[in-house]
Design a protein around this ligand. Sequence first.
Ligand code: NQM
Length: 359
Amino acid sequence: MTYDDSGVRCTMLRGGTSRGLFFDARDLPADPAVRDDLLLRLMGTPDPRQIDGLGGATSLTSKVAVVGPSGHPDADVDYLFLQLGVEEATVSDKQNCGNVLAGVGPFAVERGLVAAGERETSVRIRMVNSDSLAVATFPTPGGHVEYRGDVSIAGVPGTAAPVVLDFADTEGSATGALLPTGNVRDTVDGIDVTCVDNGMPVALATAASFGLTGYETHEELAADTGLLERVDAFRVKVGALMGLGDVTASSVPKTILLAPAADGGGLCTRSFIPVRPHTAIGVLAAVSAVTGALLPGAVGHELTRDWPAGATTVDVEHPTGHLLVDVVVDTATDPPRAVRSGVVRTARKLFDGTAYPRA
Ligand code: NQM
């Protein structure tokens, strides 16, 4: 029996503002090339509509979590995140995804990888992509995952149970350093940029340096093909500067354009993942953006002037609302060090069953 005949056990969950196919690592082919071919056929990639697969025709809904037992002494499970292309047959392990991460703890309990607590459960997760640790805590009354709750997150209708995510050692996730260029500020094509990697490699520039206000809607940004071309050309040069090589076909780095907060938050953002605009902002992308802004001399540091001294929770504005992140950075050391970060997300199980790949 091949996977084409038998299908493969699959759970689909929404994690934060993303949606992914979750697999027990032991249910997938061990050979990464065979695994990736299977995942592409399950997702319906390559096809702009993914009509013959389970993808949702955007990068935010073409995500995969491979979860299995961990050999790490401080982790319960390993989580490998894979970003699949939509129109291109690509599978990348170059980045983390903090949104899909929100589904990993509940999935681990549902599949018996971790025993549930009577009230809530904390799952220690090794993020394989960056070899860093996260802890997810969520309600499990009576030993069952409870997805219903009263927490609302921007970009998702309704409310759900909270999944609290705490991150450690996310510094240099893809590049090996918090400041991958060695500088707090560089200039690329005449544009000042701060390159930061605290869970996600990002290039921070002001929206004004791209001729924008920073308050454009997602639709306005998505329709501006000239802008998207400029963002892409910029990030390809920045990616090389960050030591990521030729990033033409890579999902990282992301570009995040900053503007003064305009809706009661701390920082206004428009992010590109890596070229199309995000409808919201990625979790670790937001953590990295706030980390950068906290560094004296960085692009965006001037926007932190009115942030309460010592406060660690920052309200990040994005095209569809707000994302609150908790970031602690030690700026007294040289280079500065990321201490810890965290965020609250929600997740929901959408289906559990057998998925069949297209031929
Ligand atoms: O930055 C989208 C998302 C993400 C990534 C992307 C994410 C993160 O919103 O941690 O969550 O950057 O392509 O799911």
